[in-house]
Design a protein around this ligand. Sequence first.
Ligand code: FBP
Length: 551
Amino acid sequence: MIISALQQERARYQPKLPKSLKGAVKLVEGAKTQSVADQEEILKLFPNTYGMPLITFEEASEAQDHAAVNVGVILSGGQAPGGHNVISGIFDGIKKLNPASKLYGFLGGPGGLVDHKYIEITAEYLDGFRNTGGFDIIGSGRTKLEEEAQFDKGLEILKKLDIKALVIIGGDDSNTNACVLAEYYAARNAGVQVIGCPKTIDGDLKNEVIETSFGFDTATKVYSELIGNIERDANSAKKYWHFIKLMGRSASHIGLECALQTQPNICLISEEIAEKNQTLEEIVDYMAGIVAKRAANGETFGVALIPEGLIEFVPEMKKLIAELNDILAEGSASEAEFKAIADEAARRGYVAGKLSKESSKVFTSLPAGIANQLTLDRDPHGNVQVSLIETEKLLGEMVKKRLSAMKKAGAFKGKFGTQYHFFGYEGRCAAPSNFDADYCYSLGYTASVLIGAGKTGYMSSVRNLTAPAEEWIAGGVPVTMMMNMERRHGHLKPVIQKALVKLDAAPFRYFAANRDEWAVKTSFIYPGPIQYFGPSSVCDQPTKTLQLEQQ
Ligand code: FBP
């Protein structure tokens, strides 16, 4: 197989480990923990895995003997750079416990466990994947492990392969389910430990003890490189405003990090918009105001970053979407009437007539294409597919309309040309940065130590991440500690709290203190591509978000 020159060099990269993991390891147990909220309910649901202590690893003088252990691993959800290194870390870690240990990978995500699809990950097979991006070593999937029938089916294959521990690499939902599984197996004395690993480019699985999810560093570096290149193009040609939507599902961490790295003219933060209860009109006003100010200074170009989840954070849009979901609910009389109308404009008119007065006003103010999209693209449950909405175009078109009104009133002089982009898949499988390569390997290695110590219901944790890798603090965090009760699909469920952008934390505060200047005065920063070799100052920098949080 032909591989790129970079891949050949990267294959030789030895990820750095915290010093506590390099030799023999000692486990130090901290105080007992509590869930972040709803302690009584969570305790009731997790009697076997609630309240366990935080664990930190320290260097030990003597290694202990370990029996060989068979371990299973699952990649869950969207790809994130570094997944292959988590698996490498687990593999090397369990081989260090005992060279006869084996690692099995379940194929295509959690579904592989239920359907008994697996491979043994051997040293030779793994070698081709070390320090590479992607999840193709075993594939990933979005099947949710939620039902007891799935847990029992999984247990059959785990028993057959004599697997004593399962590592689930995933985001907040997958780790919540990992914890439910840990509790289920513990309650039945099934003899299978379950350990979680924090993955997602979205950066929304983090808290006091999990400083960041893996993949966020590499993905935001890739997007920032692209944004920087676009900024330089914009600044050279001086004729376009680039509206760039950035992946990240609900939270705006990706947009915020990219803004900190590239200093664009505009970056919308969904959490702030929700907090201020802003309307679409106010957002458009804000953006058009900046375009006009820059044009007055002769700068008829710019870059605006828009988070993927924005729409659902604009209160009036949220209301509109909820009403549309009702009106067009599968099998309803209004859905049948809607479908019977052939003409698009008439369909929009029909929907507008059914909406509340406020929602109707918002709906009719939308560009026709977007309004059509809102009524036509539905998911299998019949709901509006918010992620398909081209928010960048919606805002671009609305700003254009606003600017032409401002032109008539003499408040805007100049041209407004747009280019649209959506960055997401460009970064999810990039070769992991040194940070992610090291962090992921350490997370995997940490999981193996937790397994060796017989722990279950823990998430691998590696902290102190702005220090050199040597000084990182590895250990384990009981998953129940991150949980609270939330209403999901009408039922109260224990879940890991999703971390949205905090408006009172340092990264947002730094951005908010500088954005007005970046808006008007071109202050672009061009980060360039991820560097894998060279001076540490360019190769090993963690994200700005982490640096500001830990300053
Ligand atoms: P995870 O939370 O599963 O890590 O997903 C991350 C993500 O990239 C989101 O940013 C994005 O909204 C979603 O996956 C897209 O997933 P898909 O390609 O499956 O539609």
